[in-house]
Write a protein of this length. Structure first.
Length: 230
């Protein structure tokens, strides 16, 4: 279900990695977030509040809030991928900002292709999830294939063999489990399929995964269930 705050309003929040390695994924993220917004329009799950939190390295934020879905889309479309010299990023800092700035019981989607750099915030983030009763789901686009890191002083990108290891994604699975959300490792071409799974399951206890899928889904209704499909 869409997150419902204590005052009855429905809240949708996106936390998006805007570091340079997301340059190849950011267009797919825009389409994915737009699909989620449009799917909920005119339904009982239509949000009354939209929140966006970008994160980079070394910076993150600001938190942007609007009640207009078209303004929200424009804010997302204005995001550019740049910066972030090393592979781990400040994903937990971005998520912490979202959890502290959004109303209780929000629905939060986090997009990243990198492991977390700020592991020291894990306990704080879990405490915030438990206190706010927010549901957090993760799209992990760096788990399959190559990642490109763009140097800030160079015009060309550097391709690195830096898949997100199972140990790297474990943190995101634990956070999804603690919130009752989901974690999906997926390539950018599989994002639309993964999005459909999450949107369907947000209003249903049943998750239907196409047999041709090559993504890995962790659905976490407080108990961790792993389904790997290749």
């Amino acid at each position: 279900m869409m997150g419902i705050s204590k005052n009855g309003s429905r809240v949708l929040c996106f936390v998006i990695d805007t570091t340079g390695s997301m340059s190849d994924d950011i267009a797919a993220v825009r389409k994915t977030t737009s699909f989620i917004i449009d799917t909920k329009r005119g339904t009982p799950d239509e949000p009354s509040v939209y929140i966006l939190v970008p994160f980079n390295d070394p910076g993150f934020g600001p938190l942007m809030r609007t009640t207009d879905p078209d303004v929200f889309k424009a804010q997302i479309n204005a995001l550019n991928a740049a910066g972030g010299g090393d592979i781990p990023e400040l994903s937990l800092s971005g998520l912490q900002l979202a959890l502290t700035g959004a109303p209780p019981s929000s629905e939060i989607f986090l997009f990243t292709d990198a492991p977390s750099k700020d592991l020291n915030l894990m306990g704080t983030v879990i405490a915030l999830i438990e206190r706010t009763k927010s549901v957090v789901s993760f799209f992990l686009t760096g788990s399959l294939g190559l990642r490109r890191r763009r140097g800030s002083d160079q015009g060309q990108g550097q391709v690195q063999h830096s898949r997100m290891a199972v140990s790297d994604s474990q943190l995101y699975r634990e956070l999804a489990q603690s919130s009752g959300g989901q974690a999906i490792q997926v390539t950018k071409t599989e994002l639309p399929k993964a999005t459909s799974i999450i949107v369907e399951s947000s209003s249903s206890s049943l998750v239907r995964v196409p047999s041709t899928s090559c993504l890995t889904l962790w659905r976490c209704p407080r108990d961790l269930i792993q389904a790997s499909l290749f």
